[in-house]
Design a protein around this ligand. Sequence first.
Ligand SMILES: Cc1ncc(COP(=O)(O)O)c(C=O)c1O
Length: 365
Amino acid sequence: MDVLDSGWLTTGVKSHEFEQAFAEYTGVKHAVCVNSCTAGLFLTLSVLDVKRGDEVITSPNTFPATANVIEHLGAKPVFCDINLSDGNIDVEQIKSKITRNTRGIIPVHYAGAPCDMDALQSIAEESNLFILGDCAHAVETTWRNKKVGSLGIASSYSFYATKNLTTGEGGMIATNDDEIYHKVKTLRLHGLSDDAESRYTKNGRFGYDLIAPGYKFNMPDILASLGIVQLSKIEENHRKRVELYSHYRDLLEVIDCVTQLDPVVKNTHAHHLLPILVDFSRLCCEKNEFMAAMKSENIGVSQHFKPLHLYSYYKDKYGYSKGDYPNAERFGDDVITLPFNQYITKTDIEDVVDALLKIIEYYII
Ligand SMILES: Cc1ncc(COP(=O)(O)O)c(C=O)c1O
């Protein structure tokens, strides 16, 4: 209401306040709010001068946006297989993907579980590569007591409707690098030397220059104000999800045909999603039928993710086929994400697990 009453709806004081609070929370020098994680990834890659002929290594177990932004710049996304234990990129395999065209790595902290940042940083240093974190699931995630988005040259966060911190749509670029900060800040709003606020507010000055043909990726104050409130609740919501996750974990432990992912005890898991792997080789049904059965039990399930190399675009363009990334494929075949957020109750969780049990008992061979 403050924003609406103020008459200043677009990027202004609330966006700056959100940026400062977010930078403090994630332990970075600079945060720049944008209108999506996708925009943040794209903008940062373009500032890193990723271009035609370059290669960027990433995980196939992600949302298409992670690789699409590499394509948008004319570069090639090079996929590297994942660990079945946590769904994250298998750092052991990264070196075999590096060529003389490789510029960087985009690790995706799947479901909120941190990638092995020690290994990633040493590979990046050795081969002079950048690390740009896809932190869409990972606002709260830490690695050795540091927020995972503070490691690497920069990170991009998502505040999409389903995320732990949401502004409906939105995102944030976090970086400790001054040059990247200044460039993304200018390019997120057309490439103008001064934003609207600095032109029209009381002490603002008129006139501006165009530094470069930038983009329209800014976040309005209406959404930033939601972000400020959401951020103030983030730890409390995370604490609730940790407790609910532990209830899920205990109940799922005894279910036949279900494998849970690595619980991540040494670092903070953001608990954005609750994926399980179902052993369909022991059930006489396909995954779609299983998911439909869950739905008819009134349980909303989803799947994160179908491996990117098997989507028509990537398959047709790069000639990928089944068998290229066996773990990502196995993961994609078996993964089901269960209903999970800070608002569900322990009784809801028991209903989900009862439905799961009933369906597994029905289909088990
Ligand atoms: C891993 C991952 N990266 C990037 C994105 C894109 O986020 P946004 O919708 O904010 O652009 C998503 C969205 O769900 C995601 O899950």
